[in-house]
Design a protein around this ligand. Structure first.
Ligand code: DQA
Length: 147
């Protein structure tokens, strides 16, 4: 079963970006962790990152057309991208919103997610483990749904 793990702006800089907040793991390490987790759960995981809102919206359209589940860290787009929110609203397969940090424990502007209301659920605050937990959730959800 195919799963997209999509990452928004600045997440390609993990490892050097604010390590006190986001840890020392690089984006490549995170991608490898997601692919390894996928192998363990029998999911075919495709990990992508972009700083470009239009590209992210295109990937969501592609997932909507193929009914492919999405694990998404929308990064800063979480807080203001209605274009991303509207793209996500078109899909029917599971959508797990993930965050490395816990946005609720940070600045006020991070307390709003325009994505949360169209997500199946949200996992935040567990560092890179947030992605592992999200993939576990996808595995459970696709096992529940008859093919
Ligand atoms: C983030 C939290 C967002 O507020 C922030 O803009 C990010 C990363 C996280 O994973 O903790 O870029 O989504």
């Amino acid at each position: 079963k195919h799963v997209l793990v999509l990452n928004g702006p600045n997440l390609g800089r993990l490892g050097s970006r604010e390590p006190d907040v986001y840890g020392a793991t690089t984006f490549e390490d995170l991608a490898a962790l997601c692919r390894d987790t996928g192998r363990r759960l029998d999911l075919d995981v495709d990990v992508r990152q972009t700083d470009d809102e239009a590209e992210l919206v295109r990937w969501v359209h592609e997932a909507a057309d193929g009914r492919v589940p999405i694990v998404l860290n929308p990064a800063a787009f979480t807080h203001y991208s209605y274009a991303l929110r509207d793209a996500l609203a078109q899909r029917t397969a599971p959508l797990i919103e993930v965050h490395i940090s816990n946005p609720a424990a940070r600045e006020e502007f991070r307390h709003t997610s325009v994505v949360a209301s169209v997500a199946t659920g949200t996992i935040a605050g567990f560092g890179m483990m947030s992605y592992v937990l999200a993939l576990q959730a996808v595995a459970e959800l696709v096992a529940e749904t008859p093919a």
